[in-house]
Design a protein around this ligand. Structure first.
Ligand code: DAH
Length: 363
């Protein structure tokens, strides 16, 4: 009997020492202490022994069981520590490494959409000139979108806008139907009604017109600008927009031309052109002019409609198409892929989320 005990002890301890991992160790535990294990087998024989023998042999078997359990515990602790060491070594990361190149090889790396990128740039560039960001709803009241902006019911400018109208609310009587805003200009009105001048905001956002071809989409984006103060002049308008256009396009001596025009909500009104080469599409030089945005001094009627006293306050406003300036800046020929979620296009024209825009990128 004691020989059997010694054999079991020696073999089990050797097997524990040889177990290379936790799974192998568990197999050793089952072979010794499991339901049909060798030590368990010895315990099962105790019942058949004479009381004298049972006491001494029982004590010896229990002692063996304790030894095996301790040896298993020790080995398990050692194996767990080794496994942790191995994992730490395998998963070591060098926090001083630079970010992976974009897009990282084989991985589905995301990219910032050019529209979002341009909005980031607008917010950074105008932010540096003291502009806050204002927002308004896509579904707009007729009064905000047209009437308050000095475009009354039968004004011809209403026809230019190819407006999407929504059904009138049932309780609305004969009040005008809501519209999908045709420009960001209604946020001029909302901002003036919501806050006291002086005001300096830009309004990047979605706009809607029933138009669809290579350069028009029924949904597109504009950015509006509004500056109201006691002595804001056309000089401020020219300086602000010239600085912005040169910084945005990264061309320090970009030619900028202000050409008189007409908008119902400004007086005087000006179209702003930049210099480019019509043949090559190159911006900056070439002697041709490209219209880029509308602007003007806010019409006194518009100020009054929005509760701002035109005898005390004056200011300028501007509006431009975000897709348009994005296409020009990056040489993107077609508007339609902007909204097609084609990953190949996005990889080509998108920018890395790891390189957020900052003012040092601007000229
Ligand atoms: N709202 C005009 C449009 O969508 C653009 C515009 C022109 C906005 C002149 C202005 C402005 O604020 O002063 O065509």
């Amino acid at each position: 009997m004691s020989e059997a005990l010694d054999t079991i002890r020696d073999e089990t301890e050797a097997a524990i020492a040889a177990a290379a991992d936790l799974r192998a160790l568990d197999a050793v535990r089952v072979a010794a202490l499991g339901k049909s294990g060798r030590v368990t087998g010895l315990l099962k024989t105790l019942g058949a022994l004479a009381p004298e023998e049972r006491r001494s042999f029982g004590a010896a078997v229990n002692a063996l069981k304790g030894e095996v359990e301790r040896a298993l515990d020790q080995r398990r602790t050692a194996l767990e520590a080794a496994a942790l060491e191995a994992r730490l070594a395998a998963e070591r990361m060098d926090v001083s490494l630079p970010p992976r190149p974009f897009p990282s090889a084989g991985a589905e790396a995301g990219a910032i959409h050019p529209i979002s990128r341009t909005m980031e740039e607008l917010i950074a560039l105008f932010g540096a000139m003291g502009f806050a960001v204002a927002e308004g709803p896509d579904i707009e009241g007729d009064w905000y979108n047209f009437t308050a902006l000095n475009i009354p019911a039968h004004h011809p400018a209403r026809q230019d806008h190819d407006t999407f109208y929504l059904p009138a609310p049932k309780s609305g009587g004969d009040s005008p139907r809501p519209v999908l805003r045709t420009h960001t200009s209604p946020v001029q009105i909302r901002t003036m009604l919501a806050q006291e001048p002086p005001i300096r905001v830009i309004v990047p956002g979605r706009t809607w017109r029933a138009d669809h071809d290579a350069t028009h989409s029924p949904m597109f984006h504009q950015v509006e600008g509004l500056v109201i103060g006691r002595d804001i002049t056309l000089g401020h308008l020219k300086g602000c927009l010239t600085d912005f256009l040169r910084a945005f396009f990264g061309i320090a001596d970009l030619p900028v031309r202000f050409r008189s025009s007409y908008f119902p909500f400004t007086e005087p009104s000006m179209e702003v052109d930049i210099g480019w080469n019509r043949k090559t599409g190159e911006l900056g030089a070439g002697g041709d002019w490209l219209e880029i945005l509308g602007s003007g001094m806010v019409h006194p009627k518009v100020l009054a409609n929005a509760g701002v006293d035109p005898k005390v306050w004056q200011g300028f406003a501007f509006g431009m198409g975000i897709e348009r300036i994005t296409m020009l800046k990056h040489g993107i020929p077609d508007l339609r892929p902007f909204y097609e979620a084609d990953l190949r296009w996005l990889r080509h024209y998108g920018t890395s989320p790891l390189s957020p825009f900052n003012l040092h990128d601007a000229a």
